[in-house]
Write a protein that binds this ligand. Structure first.
Ligand code: BMA
Length: 358
């Protein structure tokens, strides 16, 4: 028996009809990305921005996340903050690049509360050999973790650990914090155990389906915006589409593209990858992004405004993320954003003036 008074029942019916299904944290992020593209100003992103920089590292007992090489150079934070979950599968305290997972989460939440966007990649270790993500000594890894494989149960434990961490992205009042979740990236190359020559198309797609099914359906995570990002090398429309897991899973598409040679070669690679991915995004209703890019050490003073910006400016790109500024003594050459005093700092200021920052 319905004990609601008739007037309350009518009000409830009107409320139900007008609201539709409730908007999730992921829906809100998709909307934020879409409206950013419509506004025509590309967001700039930087990996590990608040964790360390070229010559500093966050203190173990830090409680605030305010230092950033990018901010030190141009006065604003990157709009997009990238982090990597490598190591979460083993419930490590720190990720593969020595960041405390607790600091990663707290800084990501702080960034979200400042109005920024978070993107998470994952370089999990090799569940079959025990090596790292780059251990490509066996072609049986993906097969071994799919249903029926010898490592399936073991790997589902890894997914659980990753999902637990993703589920813990919440503000103090309990609201879930949305993230762009970008697993199984650069699969068109063969340097990760999930890469092109290491598994079949069916196995790769099954890996995506299993990941999505577990995280979104079984665990009900409502804060993941899923991103698909092949490597840019030799990208063709066929190659881009070949291992795409499907519109029912993916929201953001893009690619990873680095400069190793001349400016001309990089500009040509970017143009090719942008043409391919922009056409694909249009056809499939996806958001487009340059999920990783950069020129290690930025050896050209005007690289930002004469190479990177002209490469992306005419495409409907939501964000362009440059990779990390390593702080370890033996990796001083490994940086992709300037720091105060770097030769490209002035040009970076001009570049960030053209981009959407925070
Ligand atoms: C690579 C390098 C590595 C790092 C890895 C994951 O491109 O920066 O040093 O461990 O990304 O962040």
């Amino acid at each position: 028996m319905n004990i609601l008074k008739p007037i309350t029942m009518i009000a409830a019916a009107i409320a139900l009809a007008s609201c539709g299904p409730e908007e999730t944290a992921a829906d809100a992020l998709v909307l934020q990305l879409t409206s950013s593209v419509e506004q025509g100003r590309i967001m700039y992103g930087h990996q590990d921005d608040l964790m360390y920089g070229h010559s500093w590292k966050l203190a173990d007992d830090a409680t605030e996340y305010v230092k950033s090489d990018v901010k030190d150079v141009c006065g604003s934070y990157p709009a997009v903050y990238g982090l990597d979950l490598g190591g979460i599968e083993l419930q490590n305290e720190k990720n593969l690049d020595n960041n405390h997972f607790s600091h990663m989460r707290a800084s990501a939440i702080a960034h979200h509360e400042r109005g920024g966007i978070i993107t998470l990649s994952w370089h999990p270790r090799n569940p079959l050999t025990g090596g790292d993500a780059w251990d490509v000594s066996s072609k049986d890894v993906v097969a071994s973790i799919l249903p029926g494989g010898e490592k399936h149960e073991y790997f589902m434990g890894w997914l659980k650990n990753a999902a637990d961490y993703l589920a813990s992205f919440r503000t103090e009042d309990g609201a879930s914090v949305p993230v762009i979740w970008r697993p199984w990236h650069e699969h068109t190359g063969s340097w990760f155990w999930w890469g092109q020559d290491l598994c079949t198309t069916e196995q790769y797609k099954a890996l995506w389906e299993m990941t999505y099914e577990y995280m979104n359906v079984e665990r009900g995570l409502d804060n993941l915006v899923w991103a698909y990002s092949p490597g840019a090398g030799g990208l063709t429309p066929e190659k881009f589409a070949e291992r795409y897991p499907g519109d029912g899973i993916v929201d953001v598409v893009g690619f990873d593209c680095y400069q190793y040679g001349t400016d001309e070669q990089y500009i040509a690679d970017m143009k090719n990858a942008l043409e391919v991915s922009a056409a694909f995004a249009k056809e499939h209703g996806n958001i487009l992004a340059v999920t990783e890019t950069g020129y290690e050490g930025i050896p050209e003073e005007k690289w930002w405004t004469s190479v990177l910006y002209p490469s992306v400016k005419d495409y409907p790109v939501a964000y362009v993320l440059t990779w990390r500024n390593a702080c370890d003594a033996h990796m001083q050459h490994h940086f992709y954003a300037p720091f105060p005093g770097h030769g490209s700092a002035e040009d970076f200021k001009a570049f960030t003036g053209l981009m959407q920052m925070l």
